[in-house]
Design a protein. Structure first.
Length: 343
């Protein structure tokens, strides 16, 4: 299973990133926090178990639907653990991180950790690079006017209106993650494919058994749709503010060093404990991209060091409020589609 983004390449002695890395190491911010993660994982699993017990206890009542958004919130917590395991933030060994990822992604979410790691590692290596970052490739949405100009038919209409359709489309993201996970199985090596497919199957069987044993088929379908809709919306709200509308490197231009490549393409979101919890620490996106294997609770502690270092070397350090971060991302999507609305 690929986990290449979890390991920092050693910078050269003259690198503008090397002094910052040295400071971070000296303060112990790259040391693992296994106790912190163990406590968080335990609380999250208990919350998921309580929600499952609630579904059984309500025994087909329409009140059960009120548990769907709550289940989505704790599924997002599960996804954040899977994300951190993919960056080797949690366990000391590759095997331990892989097992953590398989349990939290494949078994609990029905999402392939192999697919996610492959995609996410490529994003971390070249964030916002139009040719190398899959998160800004052509899909349901596009991220440059050059991409927009090549759209035809329904895709062209979608691009014209993508800013206003973005939030409604996030309601389908939870389902899209499962579809992409299944499609990716054919890319994986046979042994990896067998393990991932088996855990995905267990997830689907367990999820459907729980719902259909407690609800009518119609109510089960309504719960599953609401659950996945809120889950997709929550994840989209956590990931969307991080890079959309930030600088995009010229594919034909000078190759940036690690510090510039990660800092100028990322945006932090200001907040306190609640923001950190809701966004899974991804609001410290600059710190996370500079140090992808840094445990989540250390990102806030690293922020003053990173901000000061960026100021010292003359790099812009972008930080904004949560609502404004969404506004910047949506304005970028709106501007990308502008030529199609006036042409």
């Amino acid at each position: 299973m690929p986990q290449s983004s979890a390991v920092l390449a050693e910078p050269s002695a003259g690198s503008d990133f090397a002094p910052l890395l040295r400071q971070v190491r000296e303060q112990g911010l790259l040391e693992r926090r296994r106790g912190w993660y163990a406590a968080g994982i335990t609380v999250n699993l208990l919350a998921l178990a309580a929600i499952g017990a609630g579904i059984v206890f309500l025994d087909g009542s329409w009140w059960t639907l009120l548990l769907a958004p709550l289940a989505a919130v704790f599924w997002a917590r599960t996804a954040f653990v899977g994300h951190d395991s993919g960056h080797s933030q949690i366990a000391a060994t590759r095997r331990g991180n892989r097992l953590t990822g398989l349990i939290h992604a494949n078994l609990l979410l029905g999402m392939s950790v192999g697919w996610w790691n492959d995609k996410h590692n490529r994003h971390h290596a070249n964030p916002n690079h139009i040719d190398k970052d899959p998160d800004v490739g052509v899909g349901a949405l596009v991220w440059t006017q050059r991409q927009a100009a090549e759209r035809e038919g329904f895709a062209r209409w979608l691009t014209r209106n993508q800013a206003r359709l973005f939030v409604p489309m996030l309601l389908l993201e939870g389902i899209a993650l499962k579809i992409s996970s299944i499609q990716d199985l054919k890319r994986q090596q046979p042994r990896e494919r067998a393990v991932e497919a088996a855990l995905l199957a267990l997830h689907y069987i367990g999820y459907c058994t729980l719902l259909l044993s407690c609800m009518t088929p119609g109510m089960a379908a309504a719960f599953a749709f609401a659950h996945h809709a809120f889950f997709g919306l929550h994840l989209g709200m956590a990931f969307a503010p991080n890079h959309k509308g930030m600088e995009m490197p010229d594919p034909d231009g000078e190759r940036w060093g690690h510090l510039r490549r990660q800092v100028v393409t990322s945006r932090n979101v200001r907040g306190a404990v609640l923001t950190d919890w809701f966004l899974g620490g991804l609001n410290y996106q600059i710190e996370h991209h500079l140090f992808p294997n840094m445990p989540r609770p250390h990102l806030r502690l690293a922020q003053p060091l990173v901000r000061h270092h960026c100021r010292a070397v003359g790099l812009p350090y972008t930080e904004t409020g949560l609502i404004d971060s969404y506004g910047q991302a949506l304005r970028h999507m709106h501007e990308v589609g502008a030529p199609l609305r006036t042409g």
